[in-house]
Design a protein around this ligand. Sequence first.
Ligand code: ADP
Ligand code: MG
Length: 359
Amino acid sequence: MKRKTFHNAAGYKRVLWGLQAVFIALPAVLFLTGCAGNPGGRTEPYSETFFAMDTYMTFTIYGAKAEDSLKQAEDRIRELEGLWSVTDTKSDIYAVNHSGGKPVAVDGETEELLSFALEMAEETGGALEPTIYPVLAAWGFTTGENRVPDREEIEELLNRVDYTGVRWDGGSIVLEEGSMLDLGAVGKGYAGDQVIQLLKENGVTSALLDIGGNIQAVGAKPDGSSWRVGLKDPFSGGVLGVIQVADEAVVTSGSYERYFTGKDGKRYGHIIDPATGYPVDNGLASVSVIASEGKLCDALSTALFVMGLEDAERYWRQNQGFDMILVTVDEGIFVTEGVKDRFSLQSEYQDMTVNVIEK
Ligand code: ADP
Ligand code: MG
């Protein structure tokens, strides 16, 4: 395993342990820094925040068509939400999940998203598991009434989890009875790509989308400089580090946004390891993936979080085409070499070690 270290200040170990509480507090979200102003451009951005797909989204768009484009973008998001919601009784996914094993004709975009999710499930050895829903529901993540199921219940439910059991019948999806789809781990990334396409068709050359912590950029800032996307520390409200991006997506997965504390005092997060049926507990605090497509970032951030540090490193070496930043509960920060020169720690975190993952 090749790792190089920089920012290796003397006595960092003490500082690192001192910061452990901060690490544990790291959220699964990225947020934007320094993007509100528009020093070099001619116009002010148009920005709006709305709630969709179970999360807050903030779109910031520059240029003459900004306001119109934003309305269209929001409509587009709601259209896709209407197809993929697990709770909306009119959605494609709801119909498939309640089909009793019968074929269900779905929209072409649902077919495309599901095909992508199944492909990524295969690629990641099942770490991404689009049929995890029954297990997720048992833990109460779908209702908010969280509980720790007993082992037998989990074993029983895992029999219903298997992405290889999803079949196609022409444009219809056939799901075995008892099996259920949840495209929550990839839908927002795919939706972001669709919005970006729409914006580009409208002639927008500079925009930033915050889709519930998924950040997707059209171009650079109007003055030509990169967008600065920050890794957030929720308790201090500070920013751990900043990554510079242009025309790319940055998507983070972790268990620090959506979790509950069991009667046993343990924290249980909303990303499930399909191998065990239990929430991921492998020492990773968060995984951020940086690549040109949002859907790839979204699928990989979830899957790599399930895999853990070593397997994630291995996956990156074998696959390429993306960069990543991993934060562990107790070890530190690991970044792939393509990120090294455009990721910087904020001043309060300067003493922490950033380990570079090389090919
Ligand atoms: P978020 O949606 O919180 O930004 P993710 O993209 O990582 O984060 O998606 C997490 C969601 O994906 C969970 O809320 C759940 O709906 C679903 N999920 C949980 N575990 C898995 C898994 N192993 N494979 C696929 N989807 C998962
Ligand atoms: Mg994801």
